[in-house]
Design a protein around this ligand. Sequence first.
Ligand code: CTP
Ligand code: MG
Length: 379
Amino acid sequence: MSRTRIAALIVAAGKGSRMGGVPKQFRMLGGKAVITSSHEAFSTHPRITTVLTVIGEGQEDALTEALGDVPFALGGATRRDSVLGGLEILAADRPDRVLIHDAARPFVPSRVIDALLDRLDTHDGAVPALTVADTLARQDGDLGETVARENLVRVQTPQAFCFEALLNAHCSWPRDEEATDDAQMVRRAGGKIAIIPGDPMLDKLTYPADFAIAEARLTGRRQRSAMGFDVHRLAVGEQLWLGGVRIEHDKGLVGHSDADVALHAITDALLGTIAAGDIGTHFPPSDPQWRGANSACFLSHAAELIAARSGRVDFIDLTVICEAPKIGPYRDSMRQRIADLLGLVPEQVSIKATTTERLGFTGRGEGIAAQAIATVSLP
Ligand code: CTP
Ligand code: MG
């Protein structure tokens, strides 16, 4: 009997809107790109003969950077479109079976792939699923009726199918209806889908916090937090820079560099997490080369020192202390700028502001203070 031909289709054409617009499949996790981990689970599995990745237009370079020269297909606007795009390419040499997998689920235990494929001897498809632990309820703003959870499961990927059954299900699916996975489509077309035990390691990366959870699961890395504090004097005739953003104000901060007190506090917090001294240790005010320097380079340097220790910045929390200017209108652009400098998404940067009720030097408008706490994880 000839060997069963088994293809794996990895869908990676998403835009990561719930991740703040970051295509999470190309983000680093545990020292490699997410998609590299998901791809390896299939490319190294002895029963799988072909692996095809589906990416979005413009993601070609990111794919090559993560995986080198691998076959790929172009996806579409929805996950369903992307799966179909891949199936149409695979249809050229009709594998017997196909596994569909979300690139955003990087940890695929080999036993899950084996168990799924084994169920195809008796079923048209098979999915890993977990029971639901929390109470489930409807809501319309307020809490609605509780939904009995006894017969509910959380369905994960990879999902395995007889190739013909899946292709037919996709071809007969109504064009104007969306489906969040493939098993529901095969089932609607009359197929029988088996359930095998899922695995928490298969949980999908969907929100920014999922990366920290996955990282901790993966390596047991330790988180460390440290604080930074800085003050600069306000004076007429200076530009005001806060959090890497130029702010319109009648005064600006005075200092040796651009005096961005917010970036200085964050830089000190970052350096603190690796006990690497403070900003003055690395950029002595006595050194003329830092005169008027853009403080973004201080922040980037601290981030590089953390990266050199295989560390990763998880979260920044900043408080700016001043009577004026108002920080609120600049909050989003500051979050974005700081996130960009540190390779984070804005959801990992918190910015708060407070006055001191007109008390003290900040209260009299003589200066601005900033304090920050940085949280990093280290091996
Ligand atoms: N996917 C895809 N094509 C799309 C949408 C999603 O290939 N048009 C892929 C994603 O890359 C991901 C998997 O399907 O690996 C699961 O989708 P999801 O978690 O929804 O990812 P995104 O669509 O990127 O995220 P979001 O919905 O938050 O935008
Ligand atoms: Mg999506």
